[in-house]
Ligand binder design. Structure first.
Ligand SMILES: *Cc1c(COP(=O)(O)O)cnc(C)c1O
Length: 404
């Protein structure tokens, strides 16, 4: 074994690349594209290397810090000698209880901390692995278009087929548009409110309709609630589990990434349907070995953060979104500040396409926005602009865009 490894290394150093082991993706990777932002990042970096100082309104990467108490809790745990071992698979009880407390406080939803909560290494991880747990080849997954791309990637990696249904810029969806033969094979339905990329929120009746639809067709409704605490004014976005009986047909994904400005920490969770979560845990126990204990201790503290901290953070986003919207209006676009999320979803005037506008702004002005097509074909004709940069950068956006 040792000898084989070293001889392979030797060949890799010689120019004879033809002797290199030839690798091809599995069938289930067919149709899984590189994460759109991975390719786009290369383009942005190239612009930086050419000397452009690029302002990144494209990625939704919160720039503000988490609450101080969260950092202190993590730091205390890091200094404790007993916090460095394998943490166990299920997540510590204190964290599951903290998630249950948060759901009761925020949504008036009761969860069983032993069967209805799965701790995830970021919700994206769970969004992928749940689909590994539940899907067979030829099953169909119903995905909103435009939508967050891991729904599609996870379904395809599990060998399932993706059927997209249109999501309006107002967040409305029409499941009757799904063909009858696809409905027969459908196993999962993805929804996401408040919505990335459109910023739309959902009304209770639509969620009720989705729960009834899932029950009628024997689907698991998967609701991604990552932005429920990025909200403005009187808007109080719902959990799908507020709909009576929803936990019988639904799981909800949530995350500390956007709620507490902790995207790099990779702390998410799923709640709801116990069998779905048990099967998700089965996959995960074979893939990862649980979440680092200092992160779990910090998550417990984060989930107890007062509403005042969240309100202040949201005021910063709202102020930035208002400034960005004013700038975009001045250059001839028609943005609307959303009721939730830190995104503007802005129609692109003809003859531009989503991509032509985004590329021109990047190359000529050093302003990066996300073409709507990153989120599916239904995103054509829109760009997504994220208010996750400091106000002084937003001021510079105006000077730059007015001359391109
Ligand atoms: C940012 C985001 C998440 C959070 O993902 P994590 O993996 O928890 O960081 C989930 N869903 C959507 C739609 C998002 O935009």
């Amino acid at each position: 074994m040792k000898r084989q490894q070293s001889s392979r290394r030797d060949t890799a150093q010689t120019p004879a690349a033809s002797s290199r082991l030839h690798l091809t993706p599995t069938g289930s990777l067919d149709g899984v594209r590189a994460y759109p932002f991975a390719e786009w990042n290369v383009r942005c970096r190239a612009a930086v290397e050419r000397g452009l100082d690029v302002i990144r309104l494209d990625i939704g990467n919160p720039d503000l810090p988490p609450p101080d108490a969260v950092i202190e809790a993590a730091s205390r745990a890091l200094h404790a000698p007993r916090e460095h071992g394998y943490p166990g698979y299920a997540g510590i009880e204190a964290l599951r209880v903290a998630i249950a407390d948060y759901y009761r406080r925020r949504f008036d939803v009761s969860l069983d901390a032993d069967g209805q909560i799965a701790v995830l290494l970021g919700s994206k991880e769970g969004i992928i692995h749940l689909q590994h747990a539940l899907l067979n080849p030829c099953d169909v997954v119903l995905v909103p278009d435009p939508g967050y791309t891991p729904y599609v990637a996870g379904a395809r990696m599990a060998g399932a087929d993706v059927v997209r249904f249109p999501l309006g810029a107002d967040g409305g969806f029409d499941l009757d548009a799904v063909p009858a033969d696809a409905m027969q094979r459908a196993r999962l339905l993805w929804l996401n409110y408040p919505n990335n990329p459109t910023g739309a929120v959902v009304v209770r009746e639509s969620l009720e309709r989705a729960v009834a639809f899932a029950r009628r067709h024997g689907l698991l409704l998967c609701h991604d609630a990552a932005y429920t605490d990025v909200r403005f004014g009187a808007c109080v976005p719902m959990s799908v589990l507020e709909i009576p009986g929803a936990a019988d047909v639904a799981v909800e994904f949530n995350s500390l990434s956007k709620t507490y400005n902790m995207p790099g920490w990779r702390i998410g969770y799923a709640v709801g349907h116990p069998d779905a979560l048990r099967l998700l845990q089965l996959v995960k126990s074979n893939v990862d070995s649980g979440m680092f204990l200092p992160l779990q201790r910090a998550a417990v503290v984060a989930l107890a953060t007062g509403d005042g901290w969240i309100a202040q953070r949201n005021a910063v986003y709202e102020n930035r979104l208002t400034k960005l919207a004013a700038i975009l209006s001045r250059v001839g676009l028609a943005p609307v500040v959303p009721a939730a999320t830190h995104y503007l979803w802005v129609p692109v005037p003809a003859p531009d396409t989503a991509e032509s506008l985004a590329v021109r702004w990047l190359e000529q002005a050093g302003v990066a926005v996300a073409p709507g097509t990153f989120f599916g074909p239904g995103g054509e004709g829109f760009i997504r602009v994220s208010a996750t940069v400091p106000t002084e950068q937003i001021r510079r956006v105006e000077e730059r865009l007015c001359c391109t």
